[in-house]
Write a protein that binds this ligand. Structure first.
Ligand code: NDP
Length: 435
């Protein structure tokens, strides 16, 4: 704690893991006394670097770039890049730490990492985005590689940014390799990768509901965010017959009592991905809906909540309102969107609650499948990738039951995901010795 006391998000992520993993370590002789968790919380390597670029007005801009190479016990570092003005060491270390457990849960051979920059993509032209991405990669390239560290997208980093980053990497290294995932389909990308995190979050909710003999058909769903994860979570909910009532961005949320259908979702995708506009524009086309400024959607009555925007977007007060309104299932698309106190409320009420490291692992799992396809120089079909994604989400669900089922039959998905993720990485670290 003392070493990282100015890193609140990182400490929060570690506390949540430690609460469940320390008792497990104490009970198991092979892990006890080996300082495994102490080793896991210290990144193997942290890289920070200057990123200089020139804006459209000809002015020189300076940002800070980061890559946290957290743990490579079970495979090359793997995890996204985030471009957002709030990016700092605490945020990236929490994300990298979560990533280690998440990647382990997928059963694919991937270590954990995360990176990004405090660069704010909002309001920037395509030319500015390209120049920033090129400048960022002109340093990062020397620290990554298909067998070393394979970054991907996260907030503020989508298909456009991955393209610019890949272009500069290829130029500098003079090689065409699967060094990034989330690539375009014609140059090494995988079908279903853009959809994977959102779809996987809903597949996980489906598996949780199955344990209660229920499904998504006719359920009322509240979603936060309107970026990559939220868009495809909503698409899958619609396909499975649920009624999605809300989506949001950092300015507030839209509430559509008639439900967001495929046509309405297409408008949101156009607004967010092409026009890069605010979600409030939605009510101009659908005047029966409402825009609620500067609020999160947790006050809306629902059966299922899918937080898909950002960390700590759902606190204990929000959790109490959701529970009072009859919410039975929370599946996290974002990373650590619920505060520790909110999670305690969900556990107290014994509802179905899945932490992001389990429920949003479909994104990185499909990135793993993209790496495999790149190595094989072969592409699987959409149905093949979707089937593998479904299988992986079902396996993660099984692992959560294996390690998280409590005596009264309640499934503590936090405990299950943490211990299942921990065991595989810890075993590899023990086998490799003290390095
Ligand atoms: P995007 O950048 O595509 O979308 C982020 C969304 O969250 C936007 O709608 C954004 O609104 C909203 N948002 C950002 N900050 C806030 C805030 N403070 N309050 C309310 N809304 C906010 O990112 P992704 O969809 O890729 O990522 C969303 C979450 O999912 C993150 O936690 C990410 O780490 C996690 N994740 C993503 C994966 C992926 O494959 N992309 C994989 C696994 C997890 P605005 O447009 O106003 O900024």
């Amino acid at each position: 704690k003392e070493r990282n006391n100015n890193e609140p998000e990182f400490l929060q992520a570690v506390e949540e893991v430690a609460e469940t993993v320390i008792p497990y370590i104490v009970e198991h002789e092979i892990y006890n006394g080996k300082s495994i968790l102490l080793r896991m919380v210290e990144p193997e390597r942290v890289i920070t670097f200057r990123v200089c670029w020139v804006n459209d007005a000809g002015e020189i801009q300076v940002n800070r770039g980061y890559r946290i190479q957290m743990n490579s016990a079970i495979g090359p570092y793997k995890g996204g890049l985030r471009f957002h003005p709030t990016v700092n060491m605490s945020i990236l270390k929490f994300l990298a730490f979560e990533q280690v457990f998440k990647n382990s849960l997928t059963t694919l051979p991937m270590g954990g990492g995360k990176g990004g920059s405090d660069f704010d993509p909002k309001g920037k032209s395509d030319g500015e985005i390209m120049r920033f991405c090129h400048a960022f990669m002109s340093e990062l390239f020397r620290h990554i590689g298909p067998n070393t560290d394979v970054p991907a997208g996260d907030m503020g980093v989508g298909a456009r940014e991955i393209g610019f980053l890949f272009g500069m990497y290829k130029k500098l290294k003079n090689e065409f390799t699967g060094v990034l995932t989330g690539k375009g389909l014609s140059w090494g990308g995988s079908l279903i990768r853009p959809e994977a995190t959102g779809y996987g979050t809903v597949y996980f909710a489906q598996k949780m509901l199955e344990t209660k003999g229920q499904d998504l058909e006719g359920k009322h769903v509240v979603v936060s965010g309107s970026g990559n994860v939220a868009q495809y979570a909503v698409e899958k909910c619609i396909q499975l017959g649920a009624k999605v009532l809300t989506m949001s961005d950092s300015s507030g949320y839209i509430y559509d009592n008639e439900g967001i259908n495929t046509e309405k979702l297409a408008l949101i995708m156009e607004l967010k991905n092409v026009k890069r506009a605010r979600i409030s524009e939605y009510i101009k086309t659908y005047p029966n809906s409402k825009f609620i400024k500067a609020k999160t959607p947790w006050e809306v009555k629902c059966d299922i909540a899918l937080p898909c925007a950002t960390q700590n977007e759902l606190n204990d007060e929000d959790a109490k309102v959701l529970l009072k309104n009859g919410c039975i299932c929370v599946s996290e698309g974002a990373n650590m969107p619920s505060t520790i106190k909110a999670v305690r409320e969900f556990h107290k009420a014994k509802i179905l609650y899945a932490p992001g490291k389990a429920s949003n692992a479909g994104g990185v799992a499909t990135s793993g499948l993209e790496m495999t396809q790149n190595s094989l120089r072969f592409n699987w079909t959409r149905d093949e990738v979707d089937l593998k994604l479904k299988e992986i989400m079902a396996n993660i669900h099984d692992s959560c039951i294996k390690y998280g089922k409590t005596e009264d039959g309640y499934i503590d998905y936090v405990k299950g995901a943490n211990i299942a993720g921990f065991v595989k990485v810890a075993d590899a670290m023990l086998a490799q010795g003290i390095v």
